[in-house]
Design a protein around this ligand. Structure first.
Ligand SMILES: [Zn+2]
Length: 717
């Protein structure tokens, strides 16, 4: 039976509308809205039951009810209208953000640690938002009662909860008491220090408390409606340490879902992350009809909306459009006309989605490594703390994803809560991954010992998540080297010591990597170390060459430089910078700098060359096509086929720019490939198949926009 969780075309109408003006929502008409949805070919509707304003759109037994819903049941009317038109409803419910509760129960509010520094009490969203503390038992009981009543009253297909994260570092009495009782802290730490056990264990506690709150709500929802599919927004898991959200609980939800606004490159890595996190149903990629809903009337071009939706189709995900209601309760017809034409274009491909995404490598996503070491000593009142400022790990992680995509090396994502996926992985990338739990370190070590191959870089495994930063790698035995002092300049030179590295960076004689993009930019604090005490069988692939007068930065008066604009290489050393080491049945490559964080062509060449050198068999997907072409492959052995998608995902959203695609794909073990035809009309696609039948190539395929190609599989006996 079709329910919300197996629809692919979905929508959500933001309704964060207060009720202090009688004109608000005066023209809201659930029947008209349902008609509009139906003409837009929408199948699944996520609908507001309670917004951040804290007002329910149904007769809730506790809490606020919107004035427009007094004497009416706006939720019930919309649910009925949707079902009458064959659409499937799911419930949206906001927690933590609840202005009604904050105004009526001020004692339930979060108290931001910024108030210790004389700042007003609000979170990073600003002063409009009332924020409740999940450590307050009365607040939690209120949410439980509301949620259970909601799910008992209506027959929703799914339950979707927003805002399960910390928008402040809360120092309310309940948080203080838990910090004292559970962590022995007399004061809640309000100054960042990732090298302090007090600060780091407090941050872990914030995560644990938020996880406990979510588990309480999820259990309460299941108690009220056994088996109802449940999700909570994964966006906060991508925002850094401040939210306390570390993707720990998402694999135990029914499906992963999140509203994303970062465009194409973010969509790629989040889609791959969603595949590992979403364990019970197809994941939901959500984005708004405007580039930024803060500019209420904006609407993206049809081409841009189409590319976003086809991006979800290429990744075999459900796509959800977010619209925002006008305060008077109306919506704009043009929005739904545009959604309708986009969904008409994506609908024919849906019946072919599903299966297992093919990836040749996995990139490790570590929310706990999204910290800035150079923020140590800053008070949490520093506005920079609220911003999503990029730390070294984000630069390396996003750089790795971007470099892999550009080289068409298909990747999946593994994170702390999905370590069991390592069993299906052959090559793992650890991009400057500083903070690992002991169980993560152990899982990585076992992975390599059992035959896995890794690329690791930078500070990987130098710190744990409890405030201990070590002088050596926890994975030193795996890397085959130890730390031997800190590198102290802002530009690093690698001198190749083997031909494969020299060839990868050719014609550049040395690789140059820096943490400063221009002379006007402040040099970033770089966290690079020399290596020493190598294992006997560790192979050096490149060595450090030092700039003139290293480590002196040079000045007008000290004459400690060799060229005024730059610090060219000068002194060759034998000190290893890039190494390779066999560990157990596996293999590790370690680079002292995170090569993947740089966008320079030669550095990317070296990074992707190293990754390819870790393959033990031909990758399932190979292509030399333009970087903007998304190539995905899904195994569907139960339908005796693979599904190959090609999307010409031009970031500028231009019409009529045709890509030429060359791609070779391999069959899963034990199968041969029987041909290639378009799913939508069954027409054959020109191809060649290798003599053993296991690989298929498409050459110079014209790709104006999107192709979905079925590759039949024949089982070998
Ligand atoms: Zn609190």
């Amino acid at each position: 039976m079709r329910t919300y969780v197996n629809t692919y075309r979905r929508t959500l109408l933001d309704m964060h509308i207060p009720d202090w003006d009688p004109a608000f929502l005066a023209h809201y008409d659930p029947v008209e809205l349902a008609d509009r949805y139906a003409t837009s070919r929408i199948e699944g509707v996520l609908l507001y039951c309670k917004s951040h304003v804290g007002l329910n759109y149904w007769p809730a037994p506790v809490g606020g009810v919107h004035a427009a819903a007094k004497g009416r049941d706006l939720v019930g009317e919309l649910v009925e209208a949707l079902r009458a038109r064959g659409m499937r409803p799911a419930a949206y419910h906001s927690v933590v953000y609840d202005n009604w509760a904050a105004e009526h129960h001020p004692a339930w509010q979060q108290v931001s640690a910024t108030t210790l520094f004389g700042r007003p009490n609000h979170g990073f969203s600003g002063p409009r938002y009332g924020l409740l503390c999940v450590n307050n038992p009365e607040y939690v009981a209120y949410e439980v009662e509301q949620i259970q009543a909601l799910l008992r009253r209506y027959d929703f297909d799914a339950f979707w909860v927003d805002m399960v994260f910390w928008p402040t570092v809360c120092i309310c009495d309940h948080c203080k008491r838990r910090a004292k009782d559970e962590l022995g802290l007399d004061e809640v730490p309000a100054v960042i220090d990732w090298a302090s056990p007090a600060w780091a264990t407090f941050q872990e506690a914030r995560t644990r408390w938020m996880n406990e709150f979510w588990v309480t709500l999820r259990d309460a929802a299941h108690a009220a409606r056994p088996g109802i599919p449940i999700a909570h927004n994964l966006l906060p898991e991508l925002m850094g340490w401040f939210t306390g959200s570390m993707a720990d609980e998402i694999p135990r939800d029914t499906f992963a879902a999140g509203d994303l606004y970062g465009g194409r490159d973010e969509q790629l890595f989040v889609s791959r992350l969603m595949h590992t996190l979403s364990r019970g149903a197809v994941a939901e990629y959500m984005t708004s009809r405007a580039p930024n809903l803060q500019f209420h009337t904006q609407l993206r071009s049809e081409r841009e909306l189409l590319l976003l939706a086809l991006g979800a189709t290429a990744q075999h995900l459900a796509f959800l459009f977010i619209d925002a209601i006008n305060p008077d309760g109306t919506t704009e017809p043009a929005v739904y006309e545009r959604i309708g034409s986009v969904f008409s274009a994506t609908a024919p491909y849906e019946q072919h989605l599903g299966g297992t995404p093919v990836s040749d490598v996995a990139v490790y996503y570590s929310p706990r490594s999204r910290v800035q070491w150079d923020a140590n000593g800053k008070p949490v009142a520093d506005p920079a703390v609220w911003e999503r400022s990029e730390g070294a790990y984000e630069r390396a992680f996003l750089g790795a994803c971007s470099a892999l995509q550009a080289a068409h090396i298909s990747f999946g994502v593994i994170t702390t809560s999905t370590l069991d996926d390592l069993a299906h992985c052959k090559v793992l990338i650890l991009p400057d991954l500083a903070r690992l739990k002991p169980e993560e370190t152990e899982a990585i070590r076992s992975f390599v010992a059992a035959g896995g191959h890794i690329y690791a870089s930078g500070t990987t495994s130098l710190a744990d998540t409890l405030g201990h930063r070590s002088q050596d790698f926890a994975l030193a035995d795996v890397f085959g080297a130890h730390i031997d002092g800190r590198y102290e300049a802002n530009v690093v030179y690698y001198r190749p010591t083997v031909p494969e590295v020299a060839d990868a960076i050719s014609p550049e004689p040395l690789l140059s990597w820096g943490a400063r993009e221009s002379r006007r930019a402040q040099p970033r604090n770089i966290d690079v170390h020399f290596l020493g005490n190598l294992a006997e069988d560790t192979e050096t692939l490149a060595a450090f060459t030092l700039p003139y007068a290293y480590p002196a930065p040079g000045s007008l008066h000290d004459h400690q430089f060799a060229s005024i604009h730059s610090s060219p290489p000068w002194t060759n050393t034998e000190r290893p910078a890039l190494i390779r080491h066999r560990f157990g049945k596996g293999l590790a490559i370690y680079s002292a700098v995170p090569l993947e964080a740089a966008s320079a062509d030669s550095i990317r060449q070296l990074f992707t060359t190293l990754v390819r050198s870790l393959f033990t068999s031909s990758p399932r997907i190979q292509s030399a096509s333009a970087a903007q072409v998304w190539i995905t492959l899904f195994d569907q052995p139960e339908r005796s086929r693979m599904v190959l998608s090609l999307l010409n995902y031009d970031r500028e959203h231009q019409q009529d720019v045709v890509a030429l695609v060359d791609v070779e794909v391999g069959a899963p073990a034990g199968y041969r490939i029987g041909g290639a035809r378009r799913t939508v009309d069954g027409t054959a696609v020109d191809h060649t198949i290798s003599s053993d039948g296991t690989r298929l190539s498409l050459s110079r395929l014209n790709l104006p926009l999107f192709e979905q190609i079925e590759l039949p599989l024949v089982k070998e006996f």
